[in-house]
Design a protein around this ligand. Structure first.
Ligand code: GLN
Length: 482
């Protein structure tokens, strides 16, 4: 059982030295999900049968020492808005409940080259819109640290899967925090890479200028291994960039900025304390620390809730009863579309389509969407100025620890506030990571977020790993340790 707590590198070593083999790990993983699914509902589908052959092929490669690398035979869970050929991609929506993908997302093709194995598809807020996984049309996911609480969202299924050791690591997508926030709520590492450094081809689009795929894992090193497998230029994604990494100073000569606006009202004392703990560690190690101010951060939720719904209203127009998934018949084609969309989408998705369509409509476009775009540009400029003085920016990942299931479902505005600290990195396209730092008085995980300049992902990972070692957080929730 110990196997499930090991890192990718440790497992790879055990495979190479023939102390265990991928199919053994795979069956342990499925023993675990057999016992955890009823309590957590992290997955929408499990691939026990379909991927066992792949695990056995990995066994053979290791037995002949022909393994292809660190991810060979490693079971990863995949958020159910990322396409795997011949498997269902539901986006946790009735609209796509029977949709089987005819192709692989680029990240999946890349993982296939590494001979990764998949455990299944994970639950999410419908079309990745939400912060708690309660917006799934197929039922909520629960937090492995305490099942009264949400695992965060929208990648809550991926986080619950890794935290309960039902997969070794997972892929999520992050439009406003959906990798980092659930990682923080579940005591894990969540990494949103620089916008454009991981292909979005085959990720069902929510808000295309913000969406980014990335890993959720037990450690920074696991995140690095998955990130290096899935990143790189892809001609199938027009926003994909060439991954020429810029190096940032890492040891003592780096300057660390503490974002003032993310240490003020609305942030719990416990979340602030975690940042202070990190500051103390960095001071002791001789880093230069200063408080920095990015005044526009205060507007980031308003900017995001114009841009993301506007893009979502355009992206989700394709679900019209003709091209994909659900179709509810009507007397005319118009009635068919109306009925299909009324039945297929849940409340939060409808709310965003309405908001976005309004913000983009003639007469309002400039006042709402146009203004949000201009404010976004100013925020990017603020970040550029700060990054002339600082290498890394630190803040809490979330204003509070995980909240209880049902606590915020009737108050969308309060739910939106839980992304206060994570949204700015999406608006500015920055790489940002959440690492777990400790437990709250309720015994729930807390984390800090570190952001850096675009294309400094590798330095950000190195810096975070240094902190991770100092923090010595044990990422295993009680009850899932064996
Ligand atoms: N919670 C945010 C939202 O509801 C972010 C979601 C995401 O990153 N996919 O839009």
């Amino acid at each position: 059982m110990e196997l499930l707590n090991l890192s990718i590198r440790e497992l790879n070593k055990l495979f190479i030295t023939k102390k265990t083999k991928p199919s053994e790990l795979y069956s342990e993983i499925f023993n675990r999900s057999a016992s955890s699914e009823a309590a957590l509902h992290a997955h929408l589908s499990l691939f026990e049968e379909t991927n066992l052959d792949k695990a056995k092929k990995s066994d053979e490669r290791f037995s002949k020492s022909e393994n292809v690398g660190l991810l060979d035979g490693i079971p990863l869970a995949i958020k159910d808005n990322i396409n795997i050929k011949d498997e269902k991609t539901t986006c946790s929506s009735k609209m796509l409940s029977n949709f089987v993908s005819p192709y692989n997302a680029t990240v999946i093709s890349k993982l296939d080259t590494e001979q990764t194995i998949y455990t299944g598809k994970t639950n999410l807020d419908e079309f990745a819109m939400g912060s708690s996984t309660e917006n799934s049309a197929f039922g909520l996911t629960r937090n492995p640290w305490n099942t009264d609480y949400v695992p965060g969202g929208s990648s809550g299924g991926s986080a619950a899967s890794v935290a309960s050791r039902s997969s070794i690591a997972a892929l999520g997508s992050d439009t406003g925090g959906s990798i980092r926030q659930p990682a923080s709520f579940c005591g894990l590492v969540g990494f949103k890479p620089t916008y454009g450094s991981v292909s979005r081809y085959g990720l069902v689009a929510f808000a295309s200028s913000l969406d980014q795929i990335g890993p959720i894992s037990k450690s920074v090193d696991d995140a690095r291994i998955v990130y290096s497998a899935i990143s790189g230029h892809d001609s199938l994604d027009s926003t994909s960039i060439n991954d020429e990494q810029i190096e940032l100073p890492f040891e003592k000569n780096a300057t660390i900025g503490i974002v003032k606006e993310l240490m003020e009202d609305g942030i719990s004392e416990e979340s602030k304390k975690e940042v202070e703990k990190v500051i103390d560690i960095l001071k002791q190690k001789g880093y230069n620390i200063k408080e920095v101010s990015l005044p526009l951060i205060k507007l980031s939720i308003s900017i995001y809730y114009l841009i993301a719904p506007a893009e979502c209203s355009a992206n989700l127009a394709r679900f019209d009863g003709v091209r994909y998934g659900l179709r509810v018949d009507g007397k005319t084609s118009y009635e068919m579309m109306e009925k299909t969309r009324a039945e297929g989408f849940g409340d939060e998705v409808k709310r965003r389509i309405l908001l976005g369509t309004y913000a983009l409509s003639a007469g309002y476009y400039d006042e709402y969407y146009g203004k949000a775009l201009r404010a976004r540009k100013k925020m990017v400029d603020e970040f550029s100025t700060i990054f002339k003085e600082c290498d890394y920016l630190i803040s809490p990942t979330t204003p509070t620890e995980a909240f209880k299931a049902g606590e915020k479902t009737n108050n969308p505005l309060e739910m939106y506030m839980s992304d206060l600290c994570t949204i700015p990195a999406n608006l500015a396209g920055l790489p940002a990571i959440s690492i777990p730092t400790g437990l709250s008085s309720n015994n729930l995980p807390l984390g800090v977020q570190i952001m850096s300049k675009p294309l400094t992902d590798n330095s950000l990972l190195d810096f975070s790993e240094m902190l991770e070692k100092e923090l010595e957080f044990n990422s295993t929730p009680e009850g899932w340790s064996k």
